[in-house]
Write a protein that binds this ligand. Structure first.
Ligand SMILES: [Zn+2]
Length: 310
């Protein structure tokens, strides 16, 4: 089993986090509303999660890492959702987030958009994750349901996950319109937490809708690069970038500060019901963009199989 490290996160009240987020979001968006509400039923459209809410023993898992993807892929780095929920002391958890597929499962490299309830003693896993890959016919985005591709619950290389019992409860609703600053939605929230809490670590997970406008997303090619990808420029040349349309449903995990675990501080993957999805970078229509999201702080952070080489 991959090595797992664990730390306790700072868990401020939802009201306090709301005010912290609001202060910085107001510098980046023209209209901002941040409130504590009862989580909407996420089993309903457009979310269609296998659970109702984001509450109950919330925790974050950062699994693997970019060094397993570049400069050369480590295809033996395969993980399993059911195993991860046991590693994080929450077997049967609901998991959302952003990561990579297992090449062993799908025979291709692709973006994985997690929405899966792991197996428990009385029920098998309910996997409603999506796979976004580059279409082999025309290079466009190909978004497919994970269950249409594989019966397993594996993933590969790296993933950033928020796990909870999937219960209803209080969450933070963030609604913003019209971007007037440079930060994307998630970076703005992450930076606001870092500015306020400094080296105390706050981790958040949740889901948001890009309700109006368009966004820049990338998808990793199906085939790994024949040459090692040694620089950011190499990676950006290899990735395929797209402008995608609302409505996009985005699964997001972010952490305010890295206390030394080699964390990815934010990672967001999106799916839709119109065939588009991938890795979120930013919106491309600042004047018309509208986001609404539901977020909850995590109590623990688990670092699983941290790469130990450079
Ligand atoms: Zn990604």
């Amino acid at each position: 089993m991959a090595e797992t490290e664990k730390c306790v996160l700072l868990v401020p009240s939802l009201v306090e986090i709301s005010s912290v987020l609001k202060s910085k979001l107001q510098k980046n968006f023209a209209e901002v509303s941040v409130t504590v509400i009862e989580c909407p039923d996420l089993s309903q459209a457009p979310f269609d999660f296998p659970v109702k809410g984001l509450c109950g023993k919330p925790r974050i898992a950062d699994v693997g890492g970019v060094p397993y993807l570049v400069p050369v892929p480590r295809l033996h780095k395969v993980y399993n959702v059911n195993t991860v929920t046991k590693n994080i002391d929450l077997p049967g958890a609901y998991i959302l987030g952003a990561g990579a597929t297992s090449h062993r499962s799908l025979g291709i490299n692709a973006e994985l958009i997690f929405s899966v309830q792991a197996e428990c003693t009385s029920a098998s896993a309910v996997n409603k994750s999506y796979v976004a890959s580059v279409s082999p016919t025309d290079g466009s985005c190909l978004l497919e349901k994970y269950r249409d591709k594989s019966n397993d619950n594996d993933f590969g290389l790296l993933s950033n996950l928020y796990a909870c019992e999937g219960k209803s409860g209080k969450v933070i609703e963030v609604n913003v319109k019209q971007r007037i600053g440079q930060d994307n939605f998630v970076s703005c929230m992450r930076k606001s937490l870092h500015e306020y809490y400094g080296e105390k670590v706050v981790g958040m997970g949740g889901t948001f809708l890009i309700k109006e406008g368009k966004a820049k997303l990338h998808i990793m090619p199906r085939e790994f690069s024949a040459c090692p990808l040694n620089t950011d420029e190499d990676v950006n040349q290899w990735l395929k970038f797209y402008e995608m349309n609302a409505p996009l449903i985005c699964q997001s995990v972010f952490v305010s500060h890295d206390p030394g675990y080699d964390l990815r501080l934010e990672h967001t993957h999106c799916f839709s019901h119109h065939g588009e999805g991938g890795h979120y970078h930013c919106d491309t229509t600042p004047d018309t963009i509208e986001y609404v999201g539901y977020f909850h702080p995590a109590e623990f952070l688990y670092r699983i199989d941290k790469p130990s080489f450079n």
